[in-house]
Design a protein around this ligand. Structure first.
Ligand code: DC
Length: 220
């Protein structure tokens, strides 16, 4: 069973989905992290598309949600930190626009969620990847609120950037993510919209958790 939260970069969907997963004891899937891992493969292929697509087939992108942490691997290498660098952030929307990459990551995600209960976050999960998700949310917030949040996360991981850099990156990604031909960032018709500027973090987590709880009971 899958519940999805879509929304633009920095809208708070990842931390919210992760907290909901922990609160309810279900699995969390960070789809953006998988696109980031693919971007790392792209960088390692010297940004040459043909070489990259070959390498993507050879390398396995794997993940686990353990003790509240979502970890991503390329084969046996843990790349969870490396995928958060600005180098990856600046390239990820371009890589995620490639239809072959979307097909690859979508297949991987559909396979994984066959077993168990998942909450996943992304851009197009409710529209393109899991159109039959039992419950869909779409999270929004203005660009500055999102950039301030992202800056705090980056500072916590020791990355030095300015607020202006982050706002610019977020606005560029919003533009690319919303305007790409393949599965753009979009709110599903049946998604519940949440403006994360109007809720406290815990209210948001509780609001979503309460909606999921009856589904878990009927699933068990
Ligand atoms: O959630 P994030 O910022 O880590 O996502 C990184 C990028 O991955 C984002 O700019 C667009 C892409 N992405 C996507 O195209 N589709 C998804 N379902 C999730 C992320």
């Amino acid at each position: 069973m899958i519940v999805v939260i879509d929304g633009p970069a920095g809208s708070g969907k990842s931390s919210t989905a992760k907290a909901v997963a922990q609160q309810l004891g279900i699995q969390y899937l960070d789809s953006g992290a998988l696109y980031r891992a693919a971007t790392l493969v792209f960088i390692r292929a010297n940004e040459v598309t043909e070489a990259f697509l070959e390498l993507l087939k050879e390398n396995q992108i794997l993940f686990q949600f353990k003790e509240g942490n979502f970890e991503v691997f390329i084969d046996s290498e843990n790349v969870s930190e490396e995928i958060r660098t600005m180098e990856v952030s600046n390239l990820v929307s371009t890589v995620a626009s490639m239809p072959q990459v979307r097909a690859h990551i979508n297949r991987l995600m559909n396979k994984v969620v066959e077993d168990g209960m998942f909450i996943a976050d992304g851009r197009d999960l409710g529209t393109a990847v899991f159109p039959n998700a039992v419950l869909k949310f779409f999270m929004v917030a203005d660009a500055e609120t999102r950039a301030i949040r992202r800056l705090k996360d980056l500072k916590n991981t020791g990355v030095e950037v300015t607020l202006e850099d982050v706002i610019q990156n977020i606005e560029e990604r919003d533009h690319t993510d919303s305007n790409r031909a393949a599965d753009p960032l979009m709110k599903a018709n049946d998604a519940i919209e949440i403006d994360s500027g109007t809720f406290t973090f815990q209210e948001q987590v509780d609001f979503i958790s309460e909606k999921i709880k009856p589904l878990i009971q009927s699933h068990n």
